[in-house]
Design a binder for this molecule. Structure first.
Ligand code: IMP
Length: 424
């Protein structure tokens, strides 16, 4: 079967971009299915690090076609800038990037509303990326969104933007006491996208279904992580889409029966950016050490990420939700030099112990992690190209991870570069 899905198993930032870039030469198409420019997929390309926010992480492989599916919300300004940057690196984008005509747009008022709602929530703020993701999905499901296809109809677009801004400005001004957005300036900026965006826009569902009929292989690239899923994550501290496996089908229009591999990307420890419960968070020197060694700062917002021990309770939950066939463990090198490594294998809630992840935050905020402690490992992992050559304690840690999650590991990443990956 031809579809492989790559999914973040934690709260995002697991290193999906690197793994997608690594798997891309084996497929014909790499497709993003949800989220938007809140994502930051980092790829080490020659001596540089490049962060992709919207363009799928297969773009650095000339033979691969990249698709942005109907489930993604697209900021056309950010997209055009990203296309320009990738082209400046010498890669052809036109003819290789296809964008669903049904994908919804993120407009300036979505970004303004995102920030205004966060200010309004005050202490209860979600800690969003401020990229307008939530408000754009709200409009999609309220059936008042503007889609990519609308950009191609200048007159219709003017009317739609005027109508949308009438409503949004009323909310921005009267509810949030914010400034109104200038309708005419916004219309002038957006009516001009038609010529630039036209070469990329198509019916990607039809394209992907035909590709499947033709025996082509597709890699679906999840963004964010399973614990940020709007239904299965730590609601309300989640994103507004479905990063989990089901999102691949609705966000691309490919049938569930076409999927035969679901790779869970697991960082060797846990991180979270933004607010919300995080049972294994470390607010001490160990957490600081992980942040410094792992360079744990948001690829999109630059915010410091919260760091903690690996949470196998949460990972078993996301593994069951997604049906992971195999795991790719990332950032193992960051754990080198620590005297001991802890893995949370159960939670204590009051006087009870559970190995089930409670996905209501009232309970999750009360849980106390129960840890198993493993000995740490020393040494620089650079240049090691076989699992058997890893320090024995690192091998034991990996084996323990696979055992407690219940899924085999197929890849281990020991650094940002393509060649710093062990295939098991
Ligand atoms: P939003 O997606 O911008 O609405 O943010 C909602 C939550 O998801 C916040 O906690 C963000 O920090 C988090 N989030 C969104 N995108 C990413 C990502 O790509 N990596 C990690 N966290 C993310």
């Amino acid at each position: 079967m031809p579809v492989t899905v790559v999914i973040g198993s934690q709260w995002g930032d697991e290193g999906k971009g690197k793994i997608v870039d690594l798997l891309a030469p084996d497929v014909d198409i790499v497709a993003r299915y949800q989220g938007g420019a809140n994502a930051g997929h980092t790829i080490a390309w020659e001596d540089q690090l490049f962060v992709l926010h919207l363009i799928p992480s297969g773009i650095f492989h000339e033979g691969v076609t990249c698709v942005i599916g109907n489930g993604v919300v697209i900021d056309p300004v950010a997209l055009m800038e990203e296309i320009r940057q990738v082209e400046a690196l010498g890669f052809r984008v036109e003819g290789r990037l296809l964008i669903s005509h049904n994908a919804h747009l993120i407009m300036p008022y979505h970004k303004a509303l995102d920030k205004a709602r966060e200010r309004w929530r005050d202490a209860e703020a979600i800690g969003t990326t401020g990229r307008g993701i939530g408000p754009a999905y709200v409009d999609k499901f309220a059936r008042s969104g503007i889609r990519l296809v609308d950009l191609l109809d200048r007159e219709g677009l003017r009317e739609k933007l005027r109508a949308a801004l009438d409503e949004k400005n009323a909310i921005l001004q009267s509810v949030y006491k914010d400034e109104a957005i200038d309708v005419d300036a916004m219309i002038e900026e957006y009516v001009d996208f038609d010529r630039r965006i036209d070469p990329f826009v198509t019916d990607t569902t039809n394209y992907l279904c035909q590709a499947l009929d033709d025996g082509k292989r597709i890699l679906a690239e999840g963004a964010q992580g399973s614990l940020l899923d709007v239904d299965f994550g730590t609601y309300p501290y989640v994103t507004s889409s479905h990063p989990t496996a089901g999102g691949c089908c609705t966000g691309l229009g490919v049938p569930p029966t076409s999927i035969d591999r679901i790779v869970g990307i697991v960082k060797a420890y846990s991180t979270r950016v933004g607010n919300g419960p995080f049972p294994t968070e470390l607010l001490d020197d160990v957490g600081e050490h992980l942040r410094a060694e792992g360079r744990e700062f948001g690829a999109t917002t630059g915010r410091p990420r919260r760091c903690g021990w690996l949470d196998a309770v949460a990972l078993r939950y996301t593994s069951r939700l997604n049906g992971f066939t195999d795991l790719a463990v990332t950032k193992l090198d960051v754990m080198a030099g620590m005297s001991e490594l802890k893995v949370c294998t159960a939670y204590k809630i009051g006087d009870k112990t559970t190995d089930r992840f409670p996905n209501d935050i009232a309970t999750l905020e009360r849980v106390e992690p129960i840890y198993e402690t493993l000995p740490g490992f020393e040494g620089d992992l650079t240049g090691i190209d076989a699992v058997e050559d890893l320090p024995a304690n690192a091998q034991d840690y990996l084996a323990f991870m696979s055992d407690v999650i219940g899924v085999r590991t197929s890849m281990i990443s020991t650094g940002p570069r393509r060649e710093e990956t062990l295939v098991v």
